[in-house]
Ligand binder design. Structure first.
Ligand code: FES
Length: 364
């Protein structure tokens, strides 16, 4: 139970199946999300694609230990962040973290019921995607808006939004420390030759070309990390997890590793730059697919750890939320950033417009 004057911090992310049998529902929810993948005849096609892909994806979750650890880490990060927030911002305490996943349990519906039961009156939608994309944070906000406007969270909840934080110094520091730990695994004499290969989830070019800010924001994170590392190593930003035949943002991570091998650059640190915890894209794709393939090409490769339970990262989350709450209470900021108010120039999704106005009014 959250006392009336406390603050709810709602951690938004895509989620993942915590157990293998949850894989089908996760995929069905994912392919049903028209904000992420607009499909013709979505309500028919989505279950069909989910059914077809389930066996292969179930196998991947089995290979990483029987499920995604994203819920475990998001809960852990949320609980520790809330405890820090109580110390940093006693005036808005107590703080309670809730998890709202887009495609896996706990879904927004479930979280809304819990928040209503707790009597939440003031909530912060805190994206756990450091860099903004309409496919990720935008989709989560659209989902929250759809539930919020029908009163699923309860009446008169006042909302504000933390929508992006890809250059936050604490986040950059946490990523940089993990890179330094990975670099330390290489021979000291050749350490400065190691290529840092930053890998982020790719986007279809149709999304990039409608003016989505994600590619720019991921690039800004990479630039900030490299500044913090004083440009100690050569680096590239590459893109992973493409699906289907359409064009996606490249260069693909797997192809980049092969290319580096061909060029004789045989020492690489893989850096997940757009995820806040391990999930299938790090544990399966990076570790079991790409790194394995790279080793077959003679590359010595180590992956920078995901942020998971990094205390530096959790402190960064608490600092972000604390300054947001302080500035909001002081009237220095409104419910949303100026940047969130701008739709992609190529956007044709009416929900984006409604969602942005609703959050700009504090969820009223
Ligand atoms: Fe970006 Fe709608 S797709 S605002």
């Amino acid at each position: 139970m959250l006392p009336r004057l406390g603050r709810a911090i709602v951690m938004l992310n895509m989620g993942g199946p915590s157990t293998v049998p949850e894989t089908h529902d996760f995929l069905k929810n994912l392919f049903s999300d028209g904000d992420l993948i607009p499909l013709p005849f979505q309500s028919f096609l989505a279950p069909w694609i989910a059914r077809r892909r389930t066996p292969q994806i179930e196998k991947q979750y089995e290979d990483i230990g029987g499920g995604s650890p994203i819920l475990k880490y998001t809960r852990l990060q949320g609980e520790r962040m809330a405890a820090l927030l109580d110390e940093l911002n006693p005036s808005t305490a107590p703080h309670k973290a809730y998890v709202a996943f887009r495609y896996a349990k706990p879904l927004t519906d479930e979280t809304a019921i819990e928040m209503k039961k707790d009597g939440v009156k003031r909530a912060v939608a805190f994206t756990q995607y450091p860099q903004y994309s309409c496919s990720t944070t935008g989709s989560s906000l659209n989902g929250l808006f759809r539930k919020g406007k029908t009163g699923t969270f309860g009446d008169a909840v006042e909302w504000s939004v933390i929508d992006r934080w890809g250059t936050n110094p604490g986040f950059i520091e946490a990523v940089s420390q993990n890179i330094e730990r990975a670099l330390a695994k290489f021979d000291e004499a050749s350490r400065s030759d190691v290529v840092l290969l930053f890998s982020a989830h790719s986007l279809p070019m149709s999304v990039v070309n409608r003016g989505d800010p994600y590619v720019l924001e991921v690039s800004a994170s990479v630039a900030a990390v490299m500044d913090r590392l004083k440009h100690s190593n050569p680096y590239r930003l590459v893109w992973q997890s493409q699906v289907g035949p359409s064009a996606w943002m490249g260069m693909q991570t797997g192809e980049a590793l092969k290319g580096l091998a061909r060029l004789g650059r045989k020492k690489v640190v893989l850096v997940p730059i757009a995820f806040t915890s391990d999930h299938i894209e790090t544990l399966y794709e990076l570790d079991l697919e790409y790194a394995k393939e790279a080793r077959e090409h003679g590359i010595e490769v180590h992956r920078a750890e995901s942020l998971n339970d990094s205390p530096v990262f959790i402190r960064a989350l608490a600092d972000l939320a604390a300054s947001h709450l302080r500035e909001y209470s002081a009237g220095d900021i409104g419910p949303t950033t100026v940047q969130l108010g701008l739709r992609c120039p190529g956007c044709t999704n009416a929900t984006c417009e409604q969602q942005k106005s609703w959050f700009a009014r504090g969820g009223r």
